[in-house]
Design a protein around this ligand. Sequence first.
Ligand SMILES: [Ca+2]
Ligand SMILES: [Ca+2]
Length: 292
Amino acid sequence: MVTNLKSLLITVLSLSLVMPVFSFQPSGRVLSLDGIDDYAVLSFEEYGYLFPKDTREFTVEMWFYPKSGPNHGGGSDIILSQQVYFGVALNHLECRDDVSKLCWHTQAYLDSEDGHGIVFFYVPMEINRWNYVAIIFKDRTLGRAYNNRIYKFGQTVLDRVSAEIDERPKDFFVGGYAQAFFPFRGAPPTTGFHGEIDAIRFSRIARYDLPKIPGIEEPFDPPHRFASDRDTVALWNFDEPEGATRFQDESKNKRILIGMNGTSVSRTRALAVNPDSTSLTTIWGRIKLRSR
Ligand SMILES: [Ca+2]
Ligand SMILES: [Ca+2]
């Protein structure tokens, strides 16, 4: 029994060492961003907020590949921004992890009967690799998924998405801001994202069950492809022909993102991680199965 356990442990350890943590191949093409002046935009005047007033449940998820991190102190490289903000930050105290990594930085503007609030979190993440991220909100509870793990935060007093954001650009931006918006006065510098985005999906439901207990990560199997259904609020797969600068929304809302300053769709130039590898989720699954 002891020997079996020891050999299982050795197997698990060697699998973890040898195998890449995660494997992913983008669907079709990707949105390519130079980190200098590239961005895509949905004008607020034309489209308003992505989530309507009184949205009490949502998921925002994305596959992306960062090629570098912010080259300044503080602030973060913007990946997307409006009611929800995704960015890439340097690995400061927030992440409390290996300094070679970046941080995935997320904020969400939420409301209650009595007021507004911003919730935010940081997660250590990998550079030069495809990463899946999701923010999930339901029953006043926030969760996040990062690659093959899912996590629940404690409950908040805020119960819906804010549809009144005063202090920042109201347009929906991907990959950077229009020149007029950065840097914000008095705020840490914010710059553009350098890398690729395979797909972004906004949904008006919590698409994934969060762990029962807050504060403990559980295994998660992220979807490798996003499809549109009745609960999809916006879906950009960036699978247009190479060089396209208008990005179709595959949801019924048909919000067309416009690429600026050379922002376009291309074939991925990112190296794929060994597609035959087994993910950590599978390894964890095996451990669970054997210990029953
Ligand atoms: Ca794609
Ligand atoms: Ca450019």
